[in-house]
Write a protein that binds this ligand. Structure first.
Ligand SMILES: Cc1cc2nc3c(=O)[nH]c(=O)nc-3n(C[C@H](O)[C@H](O)[C@H](O)COP(=O)(O)OP(=O)(O)OC[C@H]3O[C@@H](n4cnc5c(N)ncnc54)[C@H](O)[C@@H]3O)c2cc1C
Length: 363
């Protein structure tokens, strides 16, 4: 089978890795750079990781695997009738097309947005790194995982770092967990401004409804917008992302979508871990094996400086402290989620148990 994948992010590359020995696999990627690790970008900006270490796969890896890698090539139109992908570099016929185009950052809309940048690509990271090394400070807008990864690493590296967040809770977690994470990050020197709405930005900082916050280098981490345009142009159904069923099928025959660009039942993966899991399950489905992905149950370990924080399953609502670093979320007696600060091994154990639907007495 000719499998054509649009996007060389974690979803696309993992799918190619899985299927390359069995099928003819082609990747089309608009960036002119090998696959790199986005979770490592803030570590790179802070100076903890060399640029070379961001690239897990070399050109020879693709070659040995027999993956036809087309860098610097943009997928433009899906010709569904002729089963061809039209790219900036010509047409590619497919039997199966997988859209793994990821997402882009949601930018600011307030006045002075030209003074604020976003982080998604290696190019963004290189630009931000240069500026932070010059001005020695950073002002991060947004209390999601990208904002927290950035503030923790930059503060750990000795830069003056401020985080402004319009809500009172980080990562969408409750007040107690927010406080526990804040305390850890304040240990690195991060200054927090919660419940502060940004009104406008200028060269030296931002105006919020709680006052002016200084910061020359401003990075906005307000979440992402799925890259669904290629699907929409091809008449494929989309909502916030490209709509898929529980087998990653889009509304077009033999066209699938995985990773950050895909939307299942209102859910967007949003993490590298989810994108790679989608790829593994889709690989099995394309092999004709029975497999399924639980879109509702999400889990990831983020690393804020040296502090791992694991979010497992459902982490909203009222939780119960299991020990001083672990909060468990329950539905009746059944464990449906957990947040674990610092203990990755325990997080892995809890992920298995929560997936198995054990009761709190069985932990
Ligand atoms: C700074 C940062 C830190 C992060 N930290 C973590 C973390 O700690 N843990 C975690 O699990 N996740 C993390 N993430 C999120 C994670 O990186 C994403 O969820 C993941 O990359 C999504 O994978 P994907 O393959 O769906 O899309 P992407 O990685 O976005 O890859 C999509 C690729 O498709 C290409 N593309 C798009 N349109 C076209 C087109 N028309 N033609 C050709 N190519 C196209 C893009 O150039 C891109 O390379 C982080 C993200 C960022 C930015």
């Amino acid at each position: 089978m000719r499998i054509v994948i649009v996007g060389n992010g974690p979803g696309g590359v993992e799918l190619a890795n899985q299927l390359s020995g069995e099928h003819k696999v082609t990747i089309v990627e608009r960036e002119n750079v090998l696959h790199y690790s986005k979770p490592m970008l803030s570590h790179y900006i802070a100076g903890f990781v060399e640029k070379e270490k961001l690239f897990p796969y070399s050109f020879s890896w693709y070659e040995k695997k027999g993956i036809d890698l087309n860098l610097g090539v943009k997928a433009e139109v899906i010709d569904r009738a002729r089963k061809r992908l039209i790219t900036s570099d010509g047409e590619i016929p497919y039997d199966v097309l997988v859209i793994a185009t990821g997402a882009r950052p949601r930018g600011p809309t307030f006045e002075g947005k030209e003074f604020v940048q976003t982080l998604r690509t290696l190019q963004d990271a290189e630009r931000i790194k240069e500026q932070i090394e010059k001005y020695k400070d950073a002002l991060i807008l947004g209390g999601g995982f990208i904002g927290l990864e950035l503030v923790a690493n930059l503060a750990k590296a000795g830069y003056r770092v401020r985080l402004v967040h319009r809500g009172s809770n980080l990562l969408g977690l409750d007040e107690e967990l927010t406080k526990a994470i804040m305390e850890k990050l304040e240990g690195y020197g991060v200054e927090f401004y919660l419940d502060a709405n940004t009104l406008k930005a200028d060269e030296n900082g931002i105006f919020t409804d709680k006052g002016y916050v200084e910061g020359k280098v401003k990075i906005c981490a307000f979440g992402v917008i799925p890259n669904k345009e290629i699907a929409v142009k091809g008449g494929i159904h989309a909502g916030r992302g490209i709509l898929i069923d529980d087998h990653f099928r889009t509304s077009a025959k033999d066209v699938y979508a995985i990773g950050d660009c895909a939307e299942y039942n209102g859910i967007i993966g949003g993490t590298a871990k989810a994108a790679m899991e989608h790829a593994r399950v889709l690989a099995n489905i394309l092999r004709g094996k029975e497999d399924s992905y639980d879109f509702e149950f999400r889990s990831t370990v983020f690393k804020f400086g040296d502090i791992p924080v694991a979010l497992i399953g459902k982490t909203k609502g009222e939780g119960k402290w299991f020990d001083e670093k672990t909060k468990i979320f329950l539905e009746g007696e059944k464990v449906i989620g957990a947040v674990v600060i610092e203990d990755v091994r325990k997080a892995m154990m809890l992920e298995k148990k929560a997936k198995a639907g054990v009761s709190i007495d069985e932990l």
